[in-house]
Write a protein of this length. Structure first.
Length: 284
């Protein structure tokens, strides 16, 4: 879909297509997102098109629209475009507006921001350094909490998915428990087989803190059979290792920087404990 939109934008004067394209990209529908990465935000769609169009007028209009949207950027690639196209050419007011948006980004989503900003920001740019250090601190706090949470998962494989919640009162205890599969009859209740199949399709498509396959059937009453898969457990172990490595890398860079600053100001004297710095290889 993005290549088609870029082709249309390049084929016509921007004044002929601006209103329609800004609306389509600024309010992405489920149908549009079927053709792009699932979950692409309006900001990401606008930035992707702005990166590829030939008209400077179109590019500036797309970037201006992107800067008004919620700052939902999920990959290093998208944050890199954001940095080069909006932060670098922007004035002090633009940076302040974007800094305020970054401050409201969920720390779960700050990883790409910290990674990209770390490449471009040096200590001489105090305003940008402050944003980077604040973002890194928030990200590290989140990582520490997430690591503690994931460490609660069984060290050896089991079918327990302890964080599963909000599926259905009859299903949640099963997902959190050690059993591999279950068949429901009457809990939850379905009016007919069609409703059971609809429930199964939705559950198979959208899974959070659990992984399973769900199939609908019918004997005396409609029911679903739920069979857990290893995906959630395996993904959890991968995330835990990745988060630990990221935290070690960020701690080495930003806490070492703080240690040096404190030391230059007399910190660490009179029995004050100094931060422990752990070395770590690059994040994989």
């Amino acid at each position: 879909m993005i290549p088609a939109i870029v082709k249309i934008t390049n084929a016509f004067a921007w004044s002929y297509v601006d209103t329609g394209l800004l609306y389509v990209l600024g309010t992405p529908t489920d149908e549009l997102q079927l053709y792009e990465t699932p979950g692409d935000s309006a900001t990401e769609l606008l930035l992707q098109v702005a990166e590829l169009v030939e008209s400077e007028e179109a590019q500036q209009a797309l970037l201006k629209e992107a800067s008004t949207k919620e700052l939902a950027l999920h990959t290093v690639k998208m944050v890199d475009i954001f940095w080069k196209r909006i932060i670098v050419p922007g004035d002090a007011q633009t940076f302040k507006q974007m800094a305020d948006k970054i401050e409201n980004v969920n720390p779960r989503e700050l990883g790409p921001f910290v990674e990209v900003f770390s490449k471009y920001i040096d200590n001489h740019d105090t305003d940008k350094s402050a944003v980077l250090e604040t973002s890194a601190a928030r990200r590290m706090d989140w990582l520490e909490g997430e690591i503690k949470r994931l460490e609660q998962v069984d060290k050896t494989f089991s079918w327990k998915m302890p964080f599963a919640d909000d599926w259905d009162p009859a299903i949640d205890p099963f997902l959190r428990g050690p059993e591999e599969s279950m068949t429901t009859e009457g809990v939850p209740k379905f009016n007919n087989l069609r409703d059971a199949k609809k429930f199964a399709r939705k559950s198979n498509w959208s899974q959070c803190e659990a992984s399973f396959k769900m199939e609908a059937g019918e004997t005396n009453v409609p029911f679903v059979t739920i069979t857990k898969t290893r995906k959630w457990y395996d993904d959890t172990q991968i995330k835990l290792a990745r988060y630990e490595e990221e935290l070690a890398q960020l701690s080495e860079r930003f806490r070492l920087k703080k240690y040096r600053s404190d030391k230059s100001q007399g910190g660490g004297q009179c029995g004050q404990a100094l931060p422990v710095i752990k070395s770590s290889g690059p994040v994989g």
